[in-house]
Structure formats: structure tokens, C-alpha cells
Design a protein around this ligand. Structure first.
Ligand code: ZN
Length: 389
């Protein structure tokens, strides 16, 4: 039923494009006459703050691997040796597999990865600002809003797709968001959204305590705080895992932040460690999901950053004055997403503004019809218009 409107719209668009003489190359695809019955019943969205596509697709950068950042982080020789042993390999393919083994052994085999510019695949943000709040907001609401132009922890004027889903009976009370950065309180508009948002160093008390939650809450209180607004990534990740096990949400957000923080500090080995840990978490998460009847074979994992970073010496930074920091990447893994692996230039460009409607469409919900200014769903990951490999 929900797809009816989409069918009509896409049918009109198709007729219009044929009438105008466009899209002849697409004719065999026959999009969305009836969108396929989706298998996805749950979605987990993991965002890795400021993680560059360059490391995702090329692994550790030979020009940066000895860029250690603050001396306080430890002995230079030891840190260089550590980074090289873990992440240095002679080929880019081996380097990326060493850095993000889950992404390259599982997602690249069974899902799809966008954004390898070396192969002509384009993924980017459209907000023009290339920093965090606008990037998260674009991804979660499906559009860029000029009112969202700072990283201040203020309530988002717009509802996210998470809030929209939580307003629908099938998802009400089955949504949660966990992030290292305390500004997720504002991005998800915690006062209004109606589901748990746990961010930064705050204890999580919305579900009955478990020994693990109690320990996590203690660690948030007691661990040294390098960044006043951002906890180390193990805090939000493991808190989210406790919530997942206890509440079995259908829609879950996990926001990791250390990649961005270590990059701003100019500490390349620590940035790589944070990326490697994020990949390890994706693997742990996927394994856990496949072990639970609520999730096994019916859960889609979406992974992306909120912005890119500069090239060369500008790798530490991002923003509107660093145009290449609009460049991002995206990964999709789940029962509806055709296993097309690493996408190349024939795949259409994807933008972060398309993720909200894609996430909803995977769940059979038409967010794009409800919020027309949101980007349209990425057909290639829905199994509808998948080009032949
Ligand atoms: Zn940043």
C-alpha cells in the first residue's frame, strides 16, 4: 500500500523521461513497477565521524603513517612501529583489508560500498558545510537546512527519519540512538523525539541495569576525558549493544567519534586505530545480529561518515573551505541489498541526503513521499533497480 504512491510517481517519471527521450539506456531496467517485498525488518545505522574515503578504499596513507600528533601520546618509535605493523602493507588492497577487515571481507563480498573515487564512484554530502551537525542532520532528515549551520548542541528544528519512524505504530518504542558526541542530544532532538538518545558521558538508565551497563556508566564517569563533549568509542558502542540485547529495537543508531578527534589532533596512527576499532565493532555487531532470531537474516546495516576530510596536509581538517571534505563513502549490507560489492563509475552518485529515505524504504516505509524534500531512496541497494553485475 505504502508503495502505491511511489509506483505512481516513478511510473510518471519513467513515462516522462521516455517521452523526453532520456533514459533509453535504462529501459531494460524497468524500475519500480512494483517494488519487491523487502526482507529487512530492522536497520542499524552506524556513523563513523570524519572517516575519510581515502583510508576506507586505499588503507593507510604512506605519506601520513608517520604523522604522530601530540608527543603526549607516547614514544614516537613505538607508535610508528605499531602503526606500520598493523596497517602497513605494500599494496593498497592489502592495506585496506588490514585496516578494515570486516568491511573488505564481508561487506565488499555480500553488500555494496560507494565512494571509491579511484574507480569513479561518488558519494558526498550536499549541505555545503562539510562538518558534523549539518552532516548528521542531512543524513538523518534527508535534506540540508540552512538553519543547521553550527555544531552547537541545540535542538534540531527538523525531525529525523528515526523520529518519523518512531511515530509509526510498527516502530513506536523500537528506536534508539547512541553516540560518543553529546551533540546527538540536539541532532535527534531528544526533548521531542520520543525514543532513548544516549550521548557523550551521560549514564544510560532508560532500561533496567545490567552488570555491563553499570560498569559502562561507571567508566563514563571515571575515565579521563580528553574531549569534554565526546566519550571514547567503546562507551556508546557497548551501551548500544546492551540496549540492543535488552530492548531489541527495530531501528538503531550508533555514532562513533574518535576517528574525527584523533584526525583533528594530527595523530594518524590513532586515527587508524579508531577506524580499525570501528570496523571491529561492525563485525561484532553483525555477528551478534545474526545470532538473534529478531535480527538474523532480516537486518540491514548501513555505515557512513558525516563528512570527509582534506587531502595531503589538510587531512586533519574539514569544512566548507576544504571542498574535498564533502566527499564521503557509504556501505550497505543486508538481505535486500544485491551483492554488487565495490561500486564503480557506472553506479549513480549517491548523497547523504538519500540515506534517510533509503533506510525507511528498506523497512517498507515511504519517507520520501512523506518528506518530499528528502533525497530519493538509493534504488541500487533496495534490490529494485539493481543493475546486473
Ligand atoms: Zn571534525
Amino acid at each position: 500500500m505504502l508503495w502505491h504512491a511511489v509506483d505512481m510517481i516513478s511510473s510518471r517519471l519513467r513515462n516522462a523521461s521516455i517521452f523526453l527521450g532520456f533514459g533509453l539506456g535504462f529501459l531494460p531496467v524497468s524500475p519500480a513497477q512494483s517494488l519487491p517485498s523487502h526482507k529487512t525488518e530492522n536497520v542499524v545505522l552506524v556513523m563513523i565521524d570524519g572517516m575519510r574515503w581515502q583510508e576506507v578504499f586505499r588503507g593507510a596513507d604512506p605519506a601520513l603513517i608517520e604523522t604522530l600528533g601530540p608527543e603526549a601520546l607516547g614514544d614516537a618509535k613505538e607508535r610508528t612501529a605499531h602503526a606500520k605493523a598493523l596497517y602497513w602493507r605494500s599494496s593498497a588492497d592489502d592495506r585496506r583489508a588490514a585496516l578494515m577487515p570486516f568491511l573488505w571481507s564481508v561487506v565488499a563480498q555480500q553488500g555494496q560500498l560507494f565512494g571509491n573515487r579511484d574507480l569513479g564512484s561518488d558519494s558526498h554530502v550536499v549541505n555545503g558545510l562539510n562538518f558534523s551537525y549539518p552532516g548528521y542532520s542531512e543524513t538523518l532528515t534527508g535534506f540540508a537546512d540552512p538553519r543547521v549551520h553550527s555544531n552547537d548542541n541545540i535542538p534540531n528544528p527538523n525531525a529525523t527519519v528515526f523520529e518519523w519512524l518512531n511515530g509509526r505504530p510498527a516502530f513506536r518504542g523500537k528506536v534508539g540512538a547512541f553516540g560518543a558526541w553529546d551533540v546527538f542530544q540536539g541532532i535527534f532532538n531528544r526533548q521531542r523525539c520520543g525514543f532513548p538518545v544516549n550521548a557523550g558521558y551521560e549514564p544510560f538508565t532508560a532500561i533496567p541495569a545490567t552488570p555491563e551497563l553499570t560498569l559502562l556508566n561507571d567508566l563514563k564517569k571515571e575515565t579521563v576525558r580528553i574531549w569534554p563533549d565526546e566519550a571514547f568509542d567503546p562507551m556508546p558502542f557497548h551501551t548500544a549493544i546492551e540496549y540492543l540485547k535488552a530492548a531489541q529495537p527495530r531501528v538503531l543508531f550508533i555514532g562513533l567519534g574518535e576517528t574525527d578527534d584523533w584526525a583533528h589532533a594530527g595523530a594518524y596512527p590513532a586515527y587508524l586505530d579508531a577506524a580499525h576499532l570501528a570496523d571491529q565493532y561492525l563485525g561484532q555487531l553483525w555477528q551478534l545480529l545474526q545470532s538473534m532470531p529478531q535480527y538474523r537474516g532480516k537486518t540491514t546495516l548501513i555505515v557512513l561518515p558525516d563528512h570527509g576530510r582534506g587531502n595531503g596536509a589538510k587531512w586533519t581538517s574539514h569544512g566548507k573551505d576544504i571542498p574535498e571534505s564533502q566527499q564521503t563513502w557509504m556501505a550497505f549490507l543486508g538481505p535486500d541489498t544485491p551483492a554488487l560489492g565495490e561500486r564503480k563509475q557506472e553506479a549513480p552518485a549517491v548523497t547523504e541526503s538519500e540515506v534517510a529515505a533509503t533506510l525507511a524504504a528498506l523497512l517498507g516505509e515511504d519517507y520520501h513521499a512523506a518528506v518530499p524534500k528528502s533525497g530519493a531512496p538509493i534504488q541500487a541497494v533496495l534490490g529494485a533497480n539493481a543493475p546486473r553485475p
